[in-house]
Ligand binder design. Structure first.
Ligand code: PLP
Length: 429
């Protein structure tokens, strides 16, 4: 598919530039003048957050977080922690403690590395995108040797490659990978990989930042040793909380690991959280929101939650393909976000900016060599069929704006056809 015309600058971008001109520095010696804003801003545009994090925060959660901040060393706050601990175990499908840290998701990644591994240990990292690469960077910062399985972007790791590495390098202490590699919108075959690691001494560490609460990843049943996540994804919260759970054998590994750690010493955190408190000051209001978000996730039910995400993903793929767009991860697409290549002749960066400032739709672009070439439409957390419809409708308009010959409504219609397969019936009064 070719773009018809030149890449035009969206009207709103032009406006933003002139509006921002009053922020320019005054030349040295110039007199100070009091100027009003040069242009009245237009009516604020309605915004839609359709990027793979932060994701939309439901009103119920926003309201829960608006409650007054109380002191955390009180029975009232301990009751909040107790509810959260119980419900996180249900979402993780584990008997283990799921610890809550005041950090972004990367904090839980770093905590996993420093609590399990020691300088000089060898870790096997699946590097299938930006976040796989992050495992390597964290390990190297702590003097941990890394053996990488480099996977072509858009592909999932082949478990046979992990099996081969584990056979030839028995000293590998842990396999580190993502459940869903958000940068390429791929899902990795965690159940198959867990079978391999469970049969060895090697620990399996899964970054579930865009897979916990999205895809069925029962920690105990599969034999995952570390499963971590972050608040701004399926948990429908602003960024600021990270979650991590360890298996029995992972807890044993924390006893022998000698990497330096203080804030992220998970043993200290576990001792505190078992008493329904935290080692340090918790992100109190985010925890109120978390309690509400978990209640919402569990009242939907895990099975329904996973089925909803799977269907939203399938509808998004159907819509994109109906528009003639190529999927970034056709063979192992993630249920959390869908990556699509933009048509030849269109700049992904310009299209993303047009969707943001022209239409009010926030989607993600590509990273590294995919920068400017792909867009990623997310469908995780507080999202439903009409978010998918809005995203695809905006994409169609965006493509038309850049001169691509797409029939309006074709992508939307293909997504609707997926939703029409099983329409909800009217709830009984
Ligand atoms: C799979 C994955 N891992 C790690 C991260 C990093 O998380 P954070 O930005 O919360 O530190 C992200 C963020 O998008 C992610 O999607």
């Amino acid at each position: 598919m070719q773009a018809r015309g030149n890449v035009a600058e969206p009207a709103n971008l032009t406006f933003r530039r002139s509006f921002g001109s009053h922020l320019r520095r005054r030349p040295a010696g110039a007199r100070r003048t009091i100027a009003g804003p040069p242009v009245m801003p237009p009516r604020p545009q309605k915004k839609y957050l359709l990027a793979p994090g932060p994701t939309p925060v439901p009103e119920e959660v926003l309201l829960a977080m608006a409650a007054p901040t109380i002191h955390h060393r009180t029975p009232e706050f301990e009751a909040v922690v107790a509810d959260i601990r119980r419900d996180l175990q249900k979402v993780w499908q584990t008997e283990q403690d799921v610890l809550v840290l005041a950090a972004s998701g990367t904090g839980a990644m770093e905590a996993s590395v420093v609590n399990l591994l020691s300088p000089g240990d060898t870790a096997l990292v699946v590097n299938a995108g930006k976040f796989g690469e992050r495992w390597t960077k964290i390990c190297k910062s702590y003097g941990i040797a890394v053996e990488e399985i480099v996977v072509e972007w858009g592909q999932a790791v082949d478990p046979a490659a992990i099996e081969k590495a584990l056979r030839s390098r028995p000293e590998i202490r842990a396999v580190l990978l993502q459940g869903s590699e958000t940068s390429t919108t791929v899902i990795h075959p965690i159940a198959e990989i867990a079978k391999l690691t469970s049969a060895t001494e090697t620990l399996l560490v899964v970054d579930g930042i865009t897979s916990v609460g999205v895809a069925d990843m029962p920690m105990d049943r599969l034999g995952i040793d570390v499963l971590l996540s972050g608040s701004q994804k399926a948990f429908m919260l602003p960024p600021g909380l990270a979650f991590v759970a360890l298996s029995e054998r992972a807890w044993k590994a924390t006893e022998r690991a000698t990497s330096p750690r203080f804030y992220f010493d998970l043993r200290r955190e576990r001792d505190n959280q078992r008493k329904n408190t935290t080692a340090y000051t918790p992100a109190i209001n985010l925890m109120y929101g978390l309690r509400k978000a978990l209640e919402m996730m569990l009242s939907e039910g895990l099975e329904a939650l996973f089925a909803r995400h799977a269907k939203l993903a399938r509808a998004t793929r159907a819509g994109a393909q109906a528009l003639g767009l190529r999927l970034v991860a056709p063979s192992a697409p993630s249920p959390s976000a869908t990556g699509v290549y933009v048509p030849d002749g269109v700049s992904g960066g310009d299209l993303q900016k047009y969707l943001r400032y022209g239409l009010g739709i926030e989607v993600a672009g590509g990273q590294d060599h995919l920068k400017g070439k792909i867009l990623r439409l997310a469908h995780l957390g507080h999202v439903g069929p009409f978010d998918v419809v809005i995203g695809l409708a905006a994409l169609e308009l965006g493509l038309v704006h850049f001169g691509v010959d797409v029939p309006l409504g074709r992508g939307v219609g293909a997504a609707q056809a997926v939703f029409a397969e099983e329409l909800p019936s009217l709830p009984k009064a």
